[in-house]
Ligand binder design. Structure first.
Ligand SMILES: [Zn+2]
Length: 221
């Protein structure tokens, strides 16, 4: 008898609907997932289906997959970016949810190949520092997943070159907040550059805030 993961479906769906309402994606672009409890020692993930408009997505439209990205519960086809999500879960035991968006300002910087340096305290406190740009990988490819993990490091947001943004967190809402914050940082950074040039946070503030981030997240440098 397959589990229906009702509670997890509700949590992920709420974050996905919010992602669409906030305009971080359009149509069926972007995707989101969450880690499910181990079942007989095996990993399970809940992920958005491929090519489904978020306004029409219901909780039972989310697909539960195993670590081979084979559906174990739900009828839909798993997101074409499932490899990206899986690679982040493998590299980061602290991450319980991943969200990938195409929000405008973050994508503009991803297209320009420009990382967002730590210019606001909240970036370091909640994202773990600046937001790096991963080298280009074809959408859905192993290469995109590998490069994203490399550039994400132990932070919570990464820009995907010529593509978009990826956020990670303990829960779906946490991953959504990482995407919202990274998008806001991209917007502010671009405005600051246009207003005469962004300035960096003092190095000692970055060090103290990053220490607090690592401790809270149970991570090490
Ligand atoms: Zn995408």
């Amino acid at each position: 008898m397959p589990k229906d993961y009702r509670g997890e479906r509700a949590l992920l769906l709420a974050a996905v609907k919010e992602m669409a309402l906030l305009g971080l994606v359009t149509g069926s672009s972007g995707n989101a997932s969450m880690r499910l409890p181990l079942e007989h020692g095996l990993e399970r993930f809940l992920i958005t289906p491929a090519s489904k408009d978020y306004s029409k997505l219901a909780a039972d439209g989310l697909v539960a997959v195993n670590s081979e990205i084979e559906p174990v519960d739900g009828d839909g086809v798993p997101s074409t970016e499932s490899l990206l999500h899986l690679a982040i879960y493998r590299a980061r035991p602290d991450v319980g949810a991943v969200m990938h968006t195409h929000s405008v300002y973050a994508t503009a910087l991803a297209v320009a190949g420009r990382p967002i340096p730590p210019v606001m305290d909240e970036m370091v406190v909640y994202l773990g520092g600046g937001v790096e740009v991963a080298s280009y990988g074809f959408p859905g490819s192993e290469e995109l997943a590998t490069e994203a993990v490399k550039a994400l490091g132990n932070r919570r947001a990464v820009l995907l070159r010529n593509h978009g943004l990826c956020g990670a967190g303990a829960s779906p809402d946490d991953a959504l907040q990482a995407c919202v914050l990274a998008e806001r940082a991209a917007h502010v950074f671009l405005l600051a550059e246009a207003a005469g040039g962004a300035t960096l946070l003092p190095a000692d503030a970055v060090e103290a805030e990053r220490g607090a981030y690592l401790m809270r997240s149970g991570l090490k440098d």
